[in-house]
Write a protein that binds this ligand. Structure first.
Ligand SMILES: Cc1ncc(COP(=O)(O)O)c(C=O)c1O
Length: 364
C-alpha cells in the first residue's frame, strides 16, 4: 500500500531525495565518508553548502544584496533574533496577528522592545487575513512582521503587503516556515524572510534566513554572539558547526525542485492539489467545513471539521487503513488538517479527496 503522510511538520520529503540520500549514506561521491562524518570546513562539505545556497538563490531569485544563512534553533529562535537584530535603536516594531504563529512571534518580540499589533484576525477567530487598508502601520516602526501562512489555522496571504523596500523605510519581515518555495515571491520586497526547514525544505534542525545586508550588524547591546546575524553572515554560516546533514538534504531538495520545473511548477501543482481538497469540502453539503474565508485559504495546510465530531475517530481510522496518515488536526483546534507541502504528490491528494467523498457519502 502506498503511504501518504499529511503531517504538518516534520513532513513528507520527496521520495527521490530520500533514495538518493540512502545511496549516498555510507560513501558520498567516492569520499569514503558519510556527509554526517565530514568536517564542515573540509572541501567536500563546503562544496555541498555552496551549491545548496546557489540553488536556493536561483530557485527564489534572491538578489545579491541579500545574505542566505543556514542556522539552527528553528523559527522560534528567529522570533527572538529578529527584534535583537532589527530593532536597530528604534523603540518598537509592527506585527500583524493572523493566528497561533503570529502570537508566538509577538510574545517573544515583547521581551526586547515595543510591539504594535497593527492588524488582527482575532475578531473572527483568525479565520481570515485582515485587509491591508485596515492596517494601522507606523512609519517609524523598526520593521513589520507577518506570517504569510498560518500553519495551524490554515490562513494564507495571497498577496504581499506593499511596503517601500528602500534602506531607511520599514522593512517587511516574513515567517515563511510553512510556505517557502511553494509559490513565487519577489524577495526584493522583503527585508528578511525566515523558515524552519521541516516543511518545505528538509529535515528539522535547519533554519533558513534570507536577510538584506544593510539590516545586519546593528544588534542590541548584550546580544549573545550566536544570535547576531552578522557573525553568521561573515562566517558563511560556519561560525560554529552548522547542521551539516540538514543542509545536505536541503540541497538535494533544491536540486529536486530545479529538476521539476522550479517554484513556478511547484506553485501550479500546489494550486491544483489545494483545489481538490477544498472542492471536496465545499461540495460535501456541509458534511465537511473549513472555517477559513475562501480568499485566504492556505494551499499548504487544509484544516477541516466533520459535521459530527463523533465521526472523527472513525474518519481517522479508515484514513489510516488506506495509508492516509497524520490527518488529525492540531491539538489546539481539533478536527482534521491535511498538510500538502511541495513533496506531497498530486496522487496523495487525489487519494485523500476520493476517501473524503466516499466517507461523506457513507455517513452523510
Ligand atoms: C509558521 C510557523 N512558524 C513557526 C513555527 C515553529 O517552528 P520551529 O518548531 O522550527 O521553531 C512553525 C512550525 O513548526 C510554523 O509553522
Amino acid at each position: 500500500m502506498t503511504i501518504y503522510n499529511f503531517s504538518a511538520g516534520p513532513a513528507v520529503l520527496p521520495r527521490e531525495v530520500l533514495q538518493q540520500a540512502r545511496e549516498e549514506l555510507l560513501d558520498w561521491h567516492g569520499s569514503g565518508m558519510s556527509v554526517m562524518e565530514m568536517s564542515h570546513r573540509g572541501k567536500e562539505f563546503t562544496g555541498i553548502a555552496t551549491v545548496a545556497e546557489a540553488d536556493l538563490r536561483e530557485l527564489m531569485g534572491i538578489p545579491s544584496n541579500y545574505k542566505v544563512l543556514f542556522l539552527q534553533g528553528g523559527a522560534h529562535l528567529q522570533f527572538a533574533m529578529i527584534p535583537l537584530n532589527l530593532l536597530r535603536g528604534k523603540p518598537s516594531a509592527d506585527y500583524v496577528n493572523t493566528g497561533e504563529w503570529s502570537k508566538k512571534a509577538i510574545g517573544e518580540a515583547k521581551k526586547f522592545g515595543g510591539v504594535n499589533v497593527v492588524a488582527t484576525g482575532a475578531d473572527r477567530n483568525f479565520s481570515y487575513v485582515p485587509a491591508f487598508e485596515t492596517w494601522q502601520c507606523n512609519k517609524d516602526a523598526a520593521y513589520l512582521h507577518y506570517t504569510p501562512n498560518e500553519t495551524i489555522g490554515g490562513v494564507e496571504f495571497n498577496w504581499v503587503p506593499l511596503l517601500d523596500n528602500m534602506p531607511g523605510a520599514v522593512p517587511l519581515v516574513a515567517d515563511m516556515s510553512s510556505n517557502i518555495l511553494s509559490r513565487r515571491i519577489d524577495v526584493s520586497k522583503f527585508g528578511l524572510i525566515y523558515a524552519g526547514a521541516q516543511k518545505n525544505i528538509g529535515p528539522a534542525g535547519l533554519t533558513v534566513v534570507i536577510v538584506r545586508d544593510d539590516l545586519i550588524g546593528h544588534v542590541l547591546p548584550g546580544t549573545p554572539t550566536m544570535l547576531d546575524y552578522k557573525i553568521h553572515a561573515d562566517n558563511d554560516s560556519m561560525y560554529n558547526t552548522p547542521p551539516t546533514y540538514g543542509i545536505y538534504i536541503a540541497g538535494l531538495v533544491f536540486q529536486w525542485l530545479k529538476r521539476n520545473g522550479g517554484v513556478a511548477q511547484a506553485e501550479q501543482t500546489n494550486i491544483a492539489k489545494a483545489r481538490l481538497l477544498y472542492d471536496a469540502i465545499d461540495s460535501s453539503s456541509g458534511f465537511y467545513n473549513c472555517p477559513v474565508d475562501k480568499s485566504d485559504r492556505s494551499r499548504m495546510n487544509v484544516p477541516f471539521t466533520l459535521k459530527d465530531a463523533a465521526l472523527d475517530e472513525s474518519f481517522l481510522q479508515q484514513a489510516d487503513a488506506r495509508g492516509l496518515l497524520q490527518l488529525k488536526g492540531h491539538r489546539s483546534v481539533g478536527g482534521m488538517r491535511a498538510s500538502i507541502y511541495n513533496a506531497m504528490p498530486l496522487a496523495g491528494v487525489q487519494a485523500l479527496a476520493g476517501f473524503m467523498n466516499e466517507f461523506a457519502r457513507q455517513h452523510g
